[in-house]
Ligand binder design. Sequence first.
Ligand code: ADP
Ligand code: MG
Length: 260
Amino acid sequence: MQPLLELQNIEIAYDGEPKITNVSLTMKPGEILGIVGESGSGKSTLIKAAMGLLDASGSVNRGNIFYKGQNVLELGDEQLRTMRGPEMGMIFQNCGSALCPIRTIGDQLYETMEQHGYKDREAVKNRAESLFNKINLNDCERILSSYPFELSGGMNQRVGIVMAMILKPDLLLADEPTSALDVTVQAQVVREMMALRDEFGTGIAIVTHNIGVVSHMADQVAVMCRGRLVEYGKTRDVIDNPQDAYTRALIQAVPRIRRR
Ligand SMILES: Nc1ncnc2c1ncn2[C@@H]1O[C@H](COP(=O)(O)OP(=O)(O)O)[C@@H](O)[C@H]1O
Ligand SMILES: [Mg+2]
């Protein structure tokens, strides 16, 4: 089976200074990859590189990144733009702040969906409503008619999550998607991401500090430390038998998982 995403011996530098060295990862379609590691270890950089969204000072100096066999590093801006959304979706920690401040949530949702061929507003609204409800946003009418500033940060974040999920991407890249949300809502978001995978075969790469989330949802785990992949394998193997000291410390901090 062709991998969904494949990183081969990647090196990434900012302003010429290498920050990621020799990282290789493979995701199959429908697979969930958990990415953990301390702050500054390069998790966000990897995610951004995978979708061709590195900051201007960043460059991939070695290796290859393949999405469904296409070399992401060789795709043009236009090709990448059309892939983002229905092919590769993304959820960032502060994706609520990516919403346009002067247009209602509904206008933005309908426009995005129209751009991708979903012209039936009623169908879009129904799907949005069902996703909203599952992550505790219960008044769909009000949300759609609101401007982002009329909603809380956590609500905007959840709107951003729904905007990414509603396009049913084949690959969802989620960078600390729930860090700013309260625990109950975090659990709901995790459940919905898993439902997306189960219903539509969405592969998910999720960066999180929550090893409990990784243990619950990920098929594979990648542990980053100072720009390197220090551990990578099936979730059960990594959690039951961590080889790296950093991974061990991370897991030992959560006694419940050790016992499972
Ligand atoms: N735009 C940038 N310019 C320069 N250095 C950056 C930039 N973004 C990230 N870095 C550096 O690259 C390293 C990895 O950062 P990042 O990928 O954000 O780590 P993480 O997401 O694991 O916290 C860090 O040393 C960080 O300071
Ligand atoms: Mg980060």
